[in-house]
Write a protein that binds this ligand. Structure first.
Ligand SMILES: [Zn+2]
Ligand SMILES: [Zn+2]
Length: 257
């Protein structure tokens, strides 16, 4: 792959930790030659406990998210293909009610970004460094269950869990997940933001295993401002990262919706 034609991982200012107008994101993507731009801000969610999240589109801004992007999708239809989705976690105890809530909106796709393990109301973040094999194991169990719902377009940063133990243990649990992902033929995301920021992901051992298993992979920019959409050297760096492990990248980064 020479360049990114499509990106399905784009946030907006509504999540509270991204900046720029919706229009600026679109203009930046067009400037970079991106033909398909998917928005996938952190999904609004109504929690059974009444918990409110500090990193999502608040429920009261959900209508505006879909309305604004729907209008721009039409306005720019001759310049770029826009899709409107969300990045969401898979929380089994509330997934049915979550899907019902989302059915009120014109949501075209869900990507799974498992920032918390099973239940964020209890604060089980996937980001914190841990040597605990139980956390590693439950993180991948949670992803396996997410894949099996068949509701997600792809899995964002599947290598998010910040396990600091040995590679052998990590690979054992990652492979349990990779086999199921392959069976369900769900693409896995190499996260460009993580690569740029030097985060715990993308994790080399994960992508080495994914290349061996043969999983399909897609690059997600995970843009939190307009600039990264047209940062071509970073796009290239991400493509090169995938190439280093022989990861099976999806042609032109394009998924059918
Ligand atoms: Zn994410
Ligand atoms: Zn994201």
């Amino acid at each position: 792959m020479e360049k990114l034609i499509a990106n399905y991982h784009t946030h907006t200012y509504r999540c509270g930790h991204a900046e720029g107008t919706d229009r600026e994101f679109i203009e930046s993507a067009i400037a970079a030659g991106i033909k398909i731009l998917g928005f996938s801000d952190h999904s609004p969610m109504i929690f059974p406990s009444g918990h409110t999240s500090s990193f999502r589109v608040p429920a009261e801004k959900a209508g505006d998210y879909f309305d604004s992007l729907t209008a721009l999708k039409d306005e720019y239809k001759n310049d770029i293909e826009i899709h409107i989705g969300v990045e969401a976690e898979y929380y089994p105890h509330m997934f049915d009610s979550y899907l019902e809530y989302m059915s009120a909106f014109p949501c075209e796709y869900f990507i799974c970004g498992q920032h918390f393990i099973y239940d964020e109301e209890k604060g089980n973040s996937s980001f914190g460094k841990t040597e605990d094999v139980n956390i590693l194991s439950s993180y991948f169990d949670n992803l396996i269950e997410a894949v099996k719902t068949e509701k997600f377009l792809y899995i964002a940063h599947p290598d998010l869990v910040n396990f600091t133990g040995d590679d052998e243990t990590y690979a054992f649990h990652a492979k349990r997940f990779l086999k199921v992902a392959l069976e369900y033929d769900i693409p896995l995301e190499i996260n460009r933001l993580g690569l740029e920021d030097g985060r715990q992901y993308p994790k080399d051992i994960f992508w080495k295993c994914a290349a061996e298993t043969g999983n399909r992979a897609i690059i997600g920019i995970d843009a939190h401002s307009p600039g990264p959409l047209s940062d071509l050297p970073m796009h290239r760096r991400c493509i090169e990262y995938a190439g280093k492990f022989g990861v099976n990248l999806i042609k032109d980064n394009i998924l059918s919706l």
